[in-house]
Design a protein around this ligand. Structure first.
Ligand code: SF4
Length: 165
């Protein structure tokens, strides 16, 4: 997997202060995509063990509790799901108080029935999934965490939806 950037003090994506990882690669090509260069899986830098260390270190810098946001690109595209899962397991071990938010252009039901082990494991180990493609005709800049009205903020427990916010 490649990633295009890490924002280490993100005040706008999730709740509180977050470390936000933007992964590369997305097959959905939504018209009006906010990050079209990240549709190319080769865009950006290789995601390595050092990248994971950098994220973990940023999560706890200056004794401030931060949350983790993963967006793209598409975190569940191709090999991305396995790499995102690797990151999540490290975060759970090294910074267990971290809440984890993942954005996807796929809807929850597609991901849940995808048959991908990594995808299911990611769903089982995150707190929030913000799902659905960006639909330009439904754009709404007033929405929290979303770009268009079709997208949902889903709170998950053990991979199941327990609340839609
Ligand atoms: S899902 Fe997100 S990253 Fe992918 S094309 Fe749509 S807006 Fe862009």
């Amino acid at each position: 997997m490649n990633y295009n950037s890490i924002v280490k003090n993100d005040f706008t994506s999730g709740d509180g202060v977050c470390v936000t990882l933007y992964v590369s690669g997305c097959p959905l090509h939504c018209p009006g995509c906010h990050n079209p260069q990240a549709q190319d899986p080769k865009y950006g830098l290789p995601f390595t063990d050092d990248t994971i260390k950098e994220v973990i270190s940023a999560l706890t810098a200056n004794n401030i509790q931060r949350n983790l946001c993963v967006m793209g690109g598409e975190p569940f595209y191709g090999e991305n799901a396995a790499e995102v899962l690797r990151l999540i397991f490290e975060v759970q071990e090294k910074a267990p108080e971290t809440k984890i938010y993942v954005w996807s252009g796929y809807i929850y039901e597609q991901l849940y029935s995808s048959g991908s082990y990594s995808t299911l494991c990611v769903l089982q180990n995150i707190d929030y999934l913000i799902d659905g493609p960006y639909i330009q005709e439904q754009r709404d800049i007033t929405l929290k965490m979303r770009g268009s009205k079709n997208q949902r903020i889903l709170r998950l427990e053990n991979g199941k939806i327990v609340e839609e916010l």
